[in-house]
Design a protein around this ligand. Sequence first.
Ligand code: DHB
Ligand code: FE
Length: 289
Amino acid sequence: MATITGAIMSSHVPSIGGAIAKGLQQDPYWKPFFDGFPPAHAWLAKAKPDVAVVFYNDHGLNFFLDKLPTFAVGAAPEYRNADEGWGIPTVRPFNGDPALSWHLIDSLVADEFDITMCQEMLVDHALTLPMALLWPGGGEWPVRIVPIAMNHVQYPLPSPRRSYHLGQAVGRAIEAWDEDARVVVLGTGGLSHQLDGPRAGFINKAFDLMCMDAIVDDPGRLARLSMLELVREAGAQGTELMTWVAARGALTGSVSKIHSNYHIPISNTAAALMVLENRAPPAARVLAA
Ligand code: DHB
Ligand code: FE
């Protein structure tokens, strides 16, 4: 059976792609951000995932405002990145895992999630940059991916509770997958930021730090936020935090924090990183043995 090794949550600001391309990791502006990642690399080297299931939000590359699914699951053999207009280099294509994709789609629809299934899907900076941060250096990507896009662009957005339930349903499905695979779950976006309107530049450190605590031990607190509270506290684009909540929902065992980093600002965003380990409860370990 498949094992969920843990979750990594990260911000996904486009200018990170420019910093990687220019080799600015030691630049004083970027260093506190990039310095957060070596502990995540060390954890990944031990966790050795085969697949990454990635909760993220597309920003108009694959879905535009005319057709915007609330939740969409990739079921492609390969996912390409394309120019989004930010001037950042595209990354090499990712191998998909169609067998896991279709298993998740079957299970989610049976669980009454009316998702969109995508046999072709372009992936934008929200997926490519966290991948490039977690597996730097070029070459083949060491994991296959299953992208799960959540609408955080056009209202109405899925509620925090629905996002958490989506993650829980994905976690149950992964653990019921009849393949001996190690799966890491990623959530990308946030933390607090607002890119437009009178509150452009809004950041809320107190709220972000509360979220980074709650995501470990009390994710229900985040799931119980109303959308209005979330937008007020995190900013309109800070709602991307719900990708973290979905990723946390997918952790079915006992969860411990391995690492976190928080740095203000990267571009307009409070940038953060968390690594959570998922340990199956003892009973499940015995049953699985
Ligand atoms: C920025 C942040 C985002 O989440 C995004 O998708 C685009 C830009 C920013 O802070 O510049
Ligand atoms: Fe974003």
